[in-house]
Design a protein around this ligand. Structure first.
Ligand code: ADP
Ligand code: MG
Length: 385
């Protein structure tokens, strides 16, 4: 049975207004780590707060452990939430903060103390049990907030951007700890909200990418842009929004036009007249249709490369180079727009201002139709996922 089921759940804050969350349907399984990701304002917190019971649900049904919980108070839902702001009680010490929920639930004292100590040891804060939150660092406070959720042993953990207030090194360390803690909790599920795609990619069993309402739109569209395993979304984005959101640098997008359709795929013309034959299904496209070609920086190479999978030379000019240590990026002026290419490690960097023909790994080139929807690859095409 799914631990959390959302059936067309929606939220409209202002009556008659555009919904902040629209028609979200999801089955989150026992033990699953599900991450809601998306740009600021796309409704991630609203969705999580509806699951927590901190926000009313405007439409649809929410079930936790098989029972409808739309009308239940937060304390009756078998969930525990960790907030970005920690939300600790300043006048209580760490042990009292950790045990607060247990006291409300009238857990016997000895049992509560045992659970508090166990969780404090798990999070390595057992030496801070008698300190007040103001005497702790940001990282330690966030551990207390996580510990407060853990002691309650809920069926579902809810996290809203829990790492946003930490510095980069601590963020990475705490991210690993959250992943480890989730694994140690057996059948408990976690739902984690973040705007950070690295957190989403690394933590999620399943990633749910939410999209904000279109500016000025009068008709609502579903909030979920795509849901699935992180690498599935990365390699097979369903539309231009998903393609543009995931990946750093962002996927290169170039305007193109359909010239010819055949059983071998589609022939596209770029703005400078360059023709490319791509192995994608032709039936949904029409000749002359304006489409968008998408290719990630790691799937472009200087065109003199001997790799037989490469073809379709694009003529570009080198605008700028960035050497990041583990990789170097070339910013190029290409046909119809700018492109970013990850330089192969072995290659000598090109000169700024020089002309550089580049080639794309054709099996990894994406085509989006005039509506921005991804055109599927030809049947039998090998796709790395
Ligand atoms: P996210 O967490 O993805 O940044 P939110 O869920 O906070 O997004 O917000 C989604 C949308 O709902 C935004 O347009 C925001 O302005 C609106 N919103 C959030 N909370 C309220 C509220 N209490 N009253 C009215 N509108 C709200
Ligand atoms: Mg938020």
């Amino acid at each position: 049975m799914a631990a959390v089921q959302l059936d067309r759940v929606g939220k409209t804050y202002v009556e008659g207004g555009v919904p902040s969350v629209h028609e979200v349907s999801l089955d989150i399984k026992e033990g699953e780590f599900c991450v809601f990701v998306g740009p600021s304002g796309c409704g991630k917190s609203t969705l999580l707060r509806m699951i927590a019971g901190l926000e009313t649900i405007s439409s649809g049904e929410l079930r936790i452990g098989g029972r409808r919980v739309n009308e239940l108070a937060p304390g009756e839902r078998d969930v525990a939430m960790v907030f970005q702001s920690y939300a600790l009680y300043p006048h209580l010490d760490v042990a009292e903060n950790l045990g607060f929920g247990l006291r409300l639930a009238r857990t016997p004292k000895a049992d509560a103390q045992r659970r508090i100590l166990e969780v404090a040891q798990m999070l390595q804060i057992e030496h801070q049990l008698h300190r007040k939150p103001r005497e702790l660092s940001g990282g330690q406070r966030q551990r207390v907030a996580i510990g407060r959720a853990l002691v309650r042993r809920p069926g579902v953990f809810l996290f809203d951007e829990p790492l946003s207030n930490l510095d980069a090194a601590l963020r990475q360390q705490t991210r690993l700890e959250i992943a480890r803690l989730h694994r140690s909790q057996g059948s408990a599920s976690s739902i984690y909200v973040t705007h950070d795609q690295v957190e989403a990619m690394t933590l999620a069993d399943r990633m749910v990418l939410l999209q904000p309402p279109l500016p000025g739109a009068t008709e609502a569209r579903a909030s979920v842009a795509q849901s699935g395993a992180p690498l599935e979304l990365y390699h097979r984005p369903r539309n231009l929004f998903v393609a543009g959101f995931l990946g750093s640098p962002r996927m290169n997008l170039l305007p193109a036009q359909v010239r010819e359709r055949s059983a071998q795929g589609v022939r596209l013309a770029l703005q400078d007249g360059t023709l490319l034959q791509l192995p994608v299904a032709a039936h949904g496209l029409s000749e002359g249709e304006a489409v968008t070609l998408g290719v990630r920086s790691e799937h472009l190479r200087p065109a003199d490369s001997a790799d037989p999978r490469l073809s379709g030379r694009l003529l570009t000019e080198v605008q700028w180079l960035e050497h990041l240590g583990d990789q170097s990026l070339a910013y190029l002026n290409g046909p119809g727009g700018s492109l970013v290419m990850r330089l192969p490690e072995e290659a000598a960097p090109p000169l700024i201002g020089s002309a550089l023909p580049v080639a794309a790994l054709l099996s990894q080139v994406h085509v989006f139709d005039a509506r921005g929807e991804a055109v599927p690859p030809l049947q039998g095409e090998v796709v790395a996922c």
